[in-house]
Design a protein around this ligand. Structure first.
Ligand code: DOR
Length: 439
């Protein structure tokens, strides 16, 4: 029996894909938006009171670590899907640094199938660029692309492809099927055993640093190779002011590049490391205020196309070690929207519509994810986030759905709260709680 129609009543629809920002009811039948407008009848429908709430296309994350297969104690595809849905996401791209590595059709299909079986968000696997993330042999990109998972996005994230010849070949090969190569930009020699940003704070703390140039050199090289090959490059987790300048200049001459920044790089600085709390360790490292400000300007002017979380769960026994020995990474899915709504929208730096572009419309377009990122229009899938833009809440690490608790935002009061998330007309989150049994 088909589910009863839904009527989302009295909300404000903000949909950059169709240029909508207006009060409207949304009627949903069989997973699809069937009507949009003011004063729609609730006859025969389950009415959801959306007064005071914003209805937008659900968020899309191009950069999520789910840890399955291999480290299911830190996160599973299911727990990560729950975290994503609670954060307002309908699609996440699962990074390849699992064990085994997602460098074959078998592993990407396994991740894809498990994601579908959980059914809370669409999980799109990212394929490794090189076999075993070893940086020496190109993985079977074509095989992963032709698999059921239809992988069109490749990354060794967590590791940088150091070999320029190999990076050139990856861009050339991926071009054959219009796929994207996303290289974690970190020159190994310059990064050395750096544990934080190299600068005044690392000098004071006596911790080894990673200079900005470790990122900028690789981005400059990759932009040159992208221009040379006519390939498509995506720059993950941009963290420095000059990286933003490099990408801006490359875009100006038509290089086919897109870029992302994380909520943590857009809001936190390396001064937090003075606590020696390893929750603030991340790769690339938290940088300076000037870098944060440049990233914000880049996000505002579109040089940085989108936000991506780099959600990187780590088990407590791994993460709670001395700063220089702890693994890098921070949780992001459940706090991304609220952090940016607090830091950028409530402060007047970015409009709500532009934040929705950066968290939904743009990332969906980069990876060609039909059915995500809007539009909110009659006939389109009802894949939506419904949030309260004014609600304030305090992040409680113990109450997150993630199996790990390494959030740098614990105890922070944030403004903007996801209330419901819908995937093709079904609630994955309703009234702030995950709705199970979607599969
Ligand atoms: O901090 C990070 N953690 N950065 C990465 O690029 C990888 C990630 C991880 O897998 O933990």
């Amino acid at each position: 029996m088909p589910a009863k129609p839904l009527l989302l009543q009295g909300g404000r629809v903000v949909d950059p894909a169709s240029g909508t920002d207006a009060a409207a009811d949304v009627r949903i039948e069989r997973g699809t938006i069937s009507a949009l407008g003011q004063g729609l009848s609730g006859d025969g429908a389950t009415v959801v009171d959306c007064r005071g709430l914003v209805i937008a296309p659900a968020f899309v994350d191009l950069h999520t670590h789910l840890r399955e297969p291999g480290r299911e104690d830190a996160e599973t595809i299911e727990s990560g899907s729950r975290a994503a849905a609670l954060g307002g996401f309908s699609a996440v791209c699962a990074m390849a640094n699992t064990n085994p590595v997602a460098d074959s059709a078998a592993v990407v299909e396994q991740v894809f199938n498990t994601g579908r079986a959980v059914g809370l968000v669409d999980v799109y696997p990212v394929g490794a660029i090189t076999v075993g993330l070893e940086g020496s042999t190109l993985a079977e990109l074509g095989e992963m692309h032709d698999s059921k998972a239809r992988v069109n996005f490749f990354s060794d994230d967590g590791r940088c492809v150091q070999d320029s010849g190999l990076m050139r070949r990856a861009l050339e090969y991926a071009r054959a099927f219009d796929a994207i190569v996303a290289n974690h930009a970190e020159d190994a020699g310059l990064a050395g055993d750096g544990a934080m940003n190299e600068g005044e704070v690392s000098g004071l703390l006596g911790l080894p640093g990673v200079p900005n140039e470790a990122e900028e050199l690789v981005i400059a090289r990759d932009l040159a190779l992208t221009r040379m090959t006519g390939g498509r490059l995506h720059v993950p987790h941009v963290s420095t002011a000059r990286s933003v300048e490099l990408i801006r200049a490359a875009k100006a001459i038509g290089v086919n590049v897109t870029a992302e920044a994380t909520p943590h790089h857009l809001s936190l600085t390396d001064t937090l490391v003075a606590s020696f709390d390893s929750v603030y360790k991340v790769a690339p490292p938290l940088r300076t205020r000037a870098d944060v400000d440049a990233l914000r300007s880049g996000l505002i002017d579109g040089t940085i196309d989108c936000v991506a979380t780099d959600h990187a769960p780590h088990a407590r026994e791994d993460k709670e070690r001395e700063f220089d020995k702890a693994p890098p990474g921070m949780l992001g899915l459940e706090t991304a929207f609220a952090v940016l709504s607090t830091e950028l929208v409530a402060t007047g730096l970015l409009s709500l519509g532009d934040l929705i572009v950066r968290m939904s419309t743009a990332p969906a377009r980069i990876r060609n994810l039909d059915g995500h990122g809007g539009p909110i229009a009659s006939g389109a899938p009802a894949t939506l986030v419904i949030f309260d833009p004014e609600a304030r809440w305090v992040v409680d690490a113990a109450r997150l759905a993630s199996l790990s608790d390494n959030t740098p935002f614990a105890g922070r009061e944030l403004q903007g709260k996801v209330v419901h998330t819908l995937l093709r007309g079904k609630f994955s989150v309703r009234d702030g709680e995950v709705v199970d049994g979607q599969g």
